[in-house]
Design a protein around this ligand. Structure first.
Ligand code: R1P
Ligand code: URA
Length: 320
């Protein structure tokens, strides 16, 4: 750790930079796309305007924040003056609930209290649904390459007391807890879903986008996502239970994002709101066991990432 931190409760450097993200006041735009990997963040950042050059902050804890200006593309049917550039941030946070927690709390701290904070998670996920309920009616499953835009999210947390204490399967213990669903921001989700579904870019390929009802975020990639790996995880029933509850996709961060936004927005005295949505590319089909090819990942990321930049730049939000 290079800098001396002050205030053990919410540690910051003397010049106000937060402990894990390494960002300070003014380093974040209030429109943020969060991703799980640096290459995905850098790909999105390649679409930002070059002048002025984006601000890039890589923290020693592995968070990469890139803030710059983005000029939205013009829809072919669009009249009126060309859209002006909007300031946006892209952050790569890595994986899991704790990293999403660091990001949301520390980025919020870097924004003015009165400013709304808009966050879209652009991630990957597994698809588990055999039937889907998109805005365009019932479908036949979520395959590899589909982009899902969930309205809500449950969490799946492993009950560690279940394992290794001799009482496995006892009446009082269940191996996993599944929470009730928490909603994201309906307006932001609608904008994301519509833009992805319509994708106005000329010459675009037909792309599968599904507005789903429920996503599940698990506290791991393996056990709590129902993967059979040879570990004694007591997770054989998870996928069936999730399907029974109407869950269509599985990943590792969206619940923490939706949960924190809901908690923040419903607290007394909060000024700027946190408005959240997620768009997730299906990398793994949990029914067929298919996994996405690297070239398809690059293509999907570039296409959906660009659409999300357009949405975030154009979305009407109260500015600070
Ligand atoms: C697991 O491979 C990771 O991929 C998914 C999961 O949520 C987890 O973080 O999302 P990202 O592609 O955004 O990281
Ligand atoms: N990310 C996950 O968390 N799970 C998957 O199955 C694929 C991507």
């Amino acid at each position: 750790m290079k800098d001396h931190m002050v205030d053990a409760n919410f540690p910051k450097t003397a010049d106000g930079r937060v402990y894990h993200l390494g960002t300070g006041s003014g380093d974040f735009a209030n429109r943020i796309i969060t991703v799980g990997s640096h290459p995905r963040a850098r790909l999105l950042a390649s679409f930002l305007n070059k002048n002025p050059a984006p601000l890039v902050i890589e923290s020693e804890r592995g968070f990469l924040t890139i803030t710059g200006w983005y000029t939205p593309r013009v829809h072919p049917d669009e009249d009126g003056p060309p859209p002006s550039p909007t300031r946006l941030s892209i952050i790569s946070i890595g994986m899991g609930f704790p990293n999403m927690d660091f990001f949301v709390r520390e980025a919020r701290e870097c924004l003015p209290p009165s400013s709304d904070m808009l966050v879209v998670r652009f991630g990957s996920c597994g698809g588990i649904a055999t039937t889907t309920s998109s805005s365009k009616g019932m479908g036949t499953g979520i395959g590899v390459g589909t982009v899902v835009v969930p309205a809500s999210c449950v969490s799946i947390v492993r009950n560690v007391d279940y394992y290794g204490f001799g009482g496995e399967g006892g009446e009082d213990e269940v191996p996993y807890w599944i929470s009730r669903p928490v909603q994201g921001d309906a307006g932001l989700r609608e904008a994301v879903l519509e833009a992805l579904e319509e994708d106005a870019s000329p010459g675009g390929e037909p792309r599968a986008v599904v507005g789903t009802k429920i996503n599940a975020a698990a506290d791991g990639f393996y056990a709590s996502q129902g993967r059979a790996t040879g570990w004694p995880d007591a997770n054989e029933g998870i996928l069936a239970e999730l399907e029974r509850r109407g869950v269509e996709s599985l990943e590792m961060e969206t619940h923490q994002l939706f949960h924190l936004a809901r908690a923040w927005n419903s607290a007394k005295g909060v000024q700027g709101k946190i408005r959240v949505a997620a768009a997730q590319m299906v990398f793994a089909d949990r029914q067929t066991r298919a996994f996405i090819a690297p070239n398809d990942v690059k293509q999907k990321e570039a296409w959906a990432g660009r659409v999300l930049l357009d949405v975030m730049a154009r979305f009407e939000v109260e500015e600070e």
